[in-house]
Every structure is written in structure tokens, then in C-alpha cells.
Design a binder for this molecule. Structure first.
Ligand code: FES
Ligand SMILES: [Fe+2]
Length: 451
């Protein structure tokens, strides 16, 4: 298995040991007027100004002020199978750590020692009964409490130096984290997605494969590409065999007989036929091409066992996506997850994970090469597209261009989200919370770009 930086963490919001950073706004070190001036240049329904795709200070603002305002999908509960299992991953400039405690709870922490800040666990997965800083060996229990710190004197209060927790939410087997208290209310998303994703029994799966691709493109170009299928008919010859690449506005699929039949079957199974969404998330069932059972090279199942408890052959897929970094596809026989990690203004890591039913045996019930082929080819093609996009955006001749209302609706929504949340984050720098300062703005209803 190819392993890259990954991790998990758990529920720590109410942990009394180490108060969560309630806000990062006090840490703001950016020229917010410059950031706001760049955001003011954003034209409705157009790609972003060049500097927002390239500049170092914009990037640092995004990873330190914008991403912490989001729920970031990091992985799956099954990646932390037992007490002491941990997953460490760096998001932008911030290493984080997910740990399963002896009580079974998954907790999340900033992966920085409370002594002098050393990173405690190297990025990756592992298992340990304690978390020991490699520098001066301060030792933390799995719940983040400091339980060992030599030569600190009689006045030292260890209970004041536990690991700094981060918010963790578990959703039908998926792990989401937020690095500040400024993330929106998770509950509307969870209420919509949990009962549907639950049917795919993600907690009874295992990670079959993971990949990380280094993409020489800004993370927003990677996500803009991932949010539209305008390019799919010509850009993804393998994906188009199974996926309805002519997808239209509102996640619509036309009125072909097999599409109508698909939604009739969904309704008869008690499943929703319309997509659901909030300002920072979307979810919904979708049909695959006629005669197709899963996303594979030939439309045939890739795994002998099924994830969903239904014998329906053409059940399509269930998609759930969160701004600004992730999406997942649940299919009858496997789950595919995709998320981006911004690394530098012109470098992004694309992390992909494949889950299969826990009982499926590699080489007997599925072959890894087959399991990953369609998405791996699609990812490689997308890397070429995004890197080429970046090369053109680097040009002094680049001008923001218009999105297609029909074919790039979700890219436009991504950019709207970015514009709104980046503006709120910039306004919050050194001042009141932007969610507080925008009159009447509830967490899920921040104003979009006026158009
Ligand atoms: S920095 Fe961790 S023990 Fe010193
Ligand atoms: Fe693509």
C-alpha cells in the first residue's frame, strides 16, 4: 500500500484539560487590507484574480485563517482500529494528530509539544500507548494530558500543559476536523448525510489503498477542477465509460429513460431523489451510465462483496462533498475519497483513499490494480489539467474568465464560498469574528458574491 500523510483524530471539544484555541484571529499577521483589496477584484461567476492563485502571503493567509474556518475530511474511523492508533497529517503549516483513546474515543490535537513546540508524531499512521515528544521526552496520555515532564521544578503545573485539542466530528465512519472554533455548525450536514451514508456501512470496511499525488498547481485550481465535469468528456476517457459526464446544473442528468428509471427505483427504495446542500456542503445520489454497476473500467463491480444492503444492480453512487477540500463517492462495492492538502502556493497534495468491505480478501475478492485503475487514471489526467491551468494563470496575460452556468455550477459555488469565507476571515483578523460582524449572518448563510 502506498502511504502518504494521513491521520485521524477525535472528539475533544469539551476536553477540560487544554482549552481549544477558541479562535485564531489573535494570531493574524497579514495585511488584511491587501487581502480584502484582492477579494474586491473578484468578479461574480469568474475565475479568481491571478494573485489569489500564486502569492505566498495569500497562501499563508488561506492555510492559517481560511482553512481553520472549515470542516476538513481527513479519513475514516477504520484507519484508527484500536486504542493508541494514531494518524498524523500536516494541513498547510499545521501538523495535527488524531488518536484513539483507551476509552475508544477518537480525539484530535495540534501536533505540537506544549514544552517548546516540537512536532510530536511524524506524519503517518502508527500505534503507541503514550505520545512522547522526541525532543525532551515530555509524555502525554492518549487523551492529551501531560503525564511526564522531568526537571521542571516544583511550581510546574503539568495539568496546564496538555495537548491543544481540535474539533473532531465522526459521520457514518468519516472523520472531519476543524482547527478553530470558527467552523460552521456541523449538524445540518450531518443530519442530511448520516442516514444515507450509514447505509454503506463504512465502519465495517478497511482501507484497501491510499495514494498521494504531488500537483504543481494551487490548491484552488485543483478543487475548481474537481468540482466540474465540463472537462470530463474529453479529459477522462476512462471515467466517461461509467460516469454521466454531461451532468448539468443542479446535479441534473437529463431525461434519458434509464435516468428516469433510476430515480424511480431510488424512490421505491425510500432514498432521496434530489440532492441536498448547504453553503459549504452538497450530497446526493446519482445515476451511472446505462448498464453500469460501479465506477470501474468496464462498469462491472470491482469487489465481490457489496457495501450497501441492497441487491439493486444499478444503484448508481452517493456523493458527499464539503468546501473547500474534499469529496467522497460511495458505490455499491467500494468507497472513494479525495481531498487536497495545500502545501505551497504552487504545490498541492492530492490524497485518495479506497475502502472495501472488511471481509473482502485482496487477490481473492478484488485486485488492487483493478480497484484503483479508473480513479488513478482520472487523478493523473486531472493533475495534467490543473498544472496546465496553473501555467496559463501564471501568465501576465491571464485574465479571469467566466464559468459556464450549466457545466461549472459547483466550481462557481466553490469560488463563491472562497470569496465569502476569505473575506470574513480577513475581516476577522485583529477584530471581531466575521460571523459576528456580518449583520444577520448565521453560520450557514454567509452572503455570497452579489451578482
Ligand atoms: S519540545 Fe517537546 S519535550 Fe521539549
Ligand atoms: Fe477531472
Amino acid at each position: 500500500m502506498l502511504t502518504i500523510r494521513t491521520e485521524d483524530r477525535i472528539e475533544t471539544d469539551n476536553d477540560p484539560l487544554s482549552p481549544q484555541l477558541s479562535s485564531i484571529r489573535d494570531l493574524c499577521m497579514y495585511d488584511r487590507n491587501r487581502i480584502l483589496a484582492l477579494l474586491d477584484q473578484v468578479k461574480p461567476d469568474h475565475s479568481l484574480p491571478r494573485a489569489l492563485y500564486r502569492d505566498q502571503d495569500v497562501f499563508e493567509f488561506e492555510v492559517e485563517q481560511l482553512l481553520p474556518r472549515s470542516w476538513l475530511m481527513i479519513g475514516f474511523e477504520v484507519e484508527l482500529p484500536e486504542a493508541g492508533s494514531y494518524l498524523a497529517i500536516t494541513i498547510g503549516s499545521s501538523p495535527i494528530l488524531l488518536v484513539r483513546g483507551r476509552d475508544g474515543v477518537i480525539r484530535g490535537f495540534h501536533n505540537t509539544c506544549r514544552h517548546r513546540g516540537s512536532m510530536i508524531c511524524a506524519d503517518g499512521r502508527g500505534r503507541s500507548s503514550r505520545l512522547i515528544c522526541p525532543y525532551h521526552k515530555w509524555t502525554y496520555d492518549l487523551d492529551g494530558r501531560l503525564i511526564g515532564a522531568s526537571r521542571m521544578g516544583s511550581g510546574f503545573r503539568g495539568e496546564e500543559h496538555g495537548l491543544t485539542p481540535i474539533s473532531v466530528r465522526l459521520l457514518a465512519g468519516c472523520i472531519y476536523v476543524a482547527l478553530s472554533a470558527d467552523a460552521p455548525d456541523f449538524s445540518p450536514f450531518a443530519t442530511a448525510v448520516e442516514p444515507l451514508l450509514h447505509r454503506y456501512r463504512l465502519r465495517e470496511t478497511r482501507l484497501a489503498y491510499e495514494s498521494v499525488i504531488v500537483e504543481r498547481a494551487n490548491w484552488k485550481l485543483a478543487m475548481e477542477n474537481a468540482r466540474e465535469c465540463y472537462h470530463c468528456a474529453t479529459g477522462h476517457p476512462e471515467l466517461r465509460r461509467t460516469f454521466p459526464v454531461a451532468i448539468g446544473q443542479g446535479f441534473s442528468f437529463g431525461d434519458h429513460a434509464h435516468v428516469k428509471h433510476y430515480f424511480e427505483r431510488l424512490a421505491s427504495l425510500g432514498l432521496p431523489t434530489k440532492s441536498q446542500e448547504g453553503s459549504w456542503w452538497q450530497s446526493g445520489f446519482y445515476p451511472l451510465n446505462a448498464g453500469v454497476e460501479t465506477i470501474s473500467m468496464d462498469g462491472k463491480p470491482l469487489v465481490k462483496q457489496r457495501l450497501i444492503d441492497s441487491d439493486e444492480k444499478e444503484l448508481g453512487g452517493y456523493r458527499w462533498a464539503t468546501e473547500p477540500t474534499a469529496f467522497g463517492h460511495a458505490l455499491v462495492d467500494y468507497v472513494f475519497m479525495f481531498f487536497v492538502i495545500p502545501v505551497a502556493p504552487l504545490e498541492t497534495h492530492i490524497v485518495s483513499k479506497w475502502l472495501v468491505p472488511r471481509e473482502a480478501v485482496e487477490g481473492v475478492d478484488y485486485r488492487v490494480e483493478d480497484l484503483i485503475e479508473a480513479w488513478t487514471k482520472t487523478n493523473a489526467q486531472d493533475r495534467e489539467l490543473a498544472e496546465n491551468n496553473q501555467r496559463g494563470v501564471n501568465s501576465i496575460g491571464y485574465r479571469p474568465g467566466p464559468y459556464s452556468a450549466e457545466a461549472e455550477e459547483y466550481t462557481r459555488r466553490f469560488v463563491d464560498w472562497y470569496h465569502t469565507e476569505a473575506r470574513a476571515a480577513a475581516l476577522a483578523c485583529g477584530g471581531a469574528s466575521a460571523r459576528e460582524s456580518l449583520p444577520g449572518a448565521a453560520p450557514d448563510t454567509l452572503p455570497a458574491i452579489s451578482r
